[in-house]
Design a protein around this ligand. Structure first.
Ligand SMILES: Nc1ncnc2c1ncn2[C@@H]1O[C@H](COP(=O)(O)OP(=O)(O)OP(=O)(O)O)[C@@H](O)[C@H]1O
Ligand SMILES: [Mg+2]
Length: 234
């Protein structure tokens, strides 16, 4: 059996500062894997290395059976890896509609229906199509950032703390959207999330990173363990 995404022995560094030391993580087709760990342990670095934003110093990234370790970011996106970086990145000067359109133009399929599909996931955005992204609330920007990734029609959605700094009512909408994408559309998800309750509700499995290494992994049910809570306590 092979997973949709298989990351093995991944190491990464910023100059001489080593941050990741041989991380293994896999996402099954249709699975939802949660990456957890305290601030600064290397979660974002892991996602950046998986996407090729930060070329890894060692290890391998295999997507759908293909070794993509040496490929540039846009080639990974073309193959179906959608990435929503931490901090809800959008084009602040462009309207919501144009944010989605430029992503469509850059996508492999260029099927305009993909914008409609993404808006079905976040109906709130439909009323904001003419507004500049920079004027949206943090939560709305996060929804737009996820919608942009969806426009590329990914097979794997990689999300870095999508609920961070987002108002509670929109956290619930984002959680519901991830759940629907995963359960109804069968989208595979690699989710960095520090909020344990949300991970418990959504994930099939988890890894906990500490000091750039996976220190614990298992099925989501194990997130109830006392040791896990201790590892995540701030
Ligand atoms: N661009 C960079 N240059 C140098 N060091 C960096 C850079 N980005 C992150 N680091 C360092 O690498 C380590 C891991 O950072 P990373 O952002 O991956 O952690 P994280 O687990 O995502 O944290 P958070 O929960 O705060 O988002 C930290 O010590 C951080 O200071
Ligand atoms: Mg981070």
């Amino acid at each position: 059996m092979s997973a949709l995404l298989e990351v093995s022995g991944l190491a990464a560094a910023y100059g001489r500062a080593r941050v990741l030391f041989g991380v293994d993580v896999a996402v099954e087709a249709g699975g939802l894997m949660c990456v957890m760990g305290r601030n600064g342990v290397g979660k974002t670095t892991l996602l950046n290395a998986v996407m090729g934003v930060l070329p890894p110093t060692a290890g391998k990234v295999v997507f759908d059976g293909e070794d993509v370790t040496g490929l540039p970011v846009h080639e990974r996106v073309r193959r179906g890896m959608g990435y929503v970086p931490q901090g809800h990145e959008t084009f602040p000067q462009l309207t919501v509609a144009d944010n989605l359109r430029v992503t469509l133009e850059a996508s492999r399929h260029r099927d305009g229906a993909a914008i409609e599909e993404a808006l079905e996931v976040f109906p709130r955005l439909k009323e904001l199509l003419g507004r500049r992204a920079g004027f949206l609330s943090g939560g709305q920007q996060q929804q737009l950032a996820i919608a942009r990734a969806l426009v590329t029609r990914p097979r794997l959605l990689i999300l870095d703390e999508p609920t961070e700094g987002v108002q509670p009512s929109i956290v619930a909408e984002i959680e519901a959207a991830i759940e629907r994408l995963h359960r109804e559309r069968g989208l595979a998800v690699l989710l960095v999330e520090q909020y344990l309750e949300l991970a418990l509700r959504l994930a099939d499995g988890f890894v906990i990173i500490e000091g750039g290494r996976v220190c614990r992994s298992g099925p989501a049910a194990d997130l109830h363990d006392e040791e896990v809570r201790r590892l995540l306590a701030v």
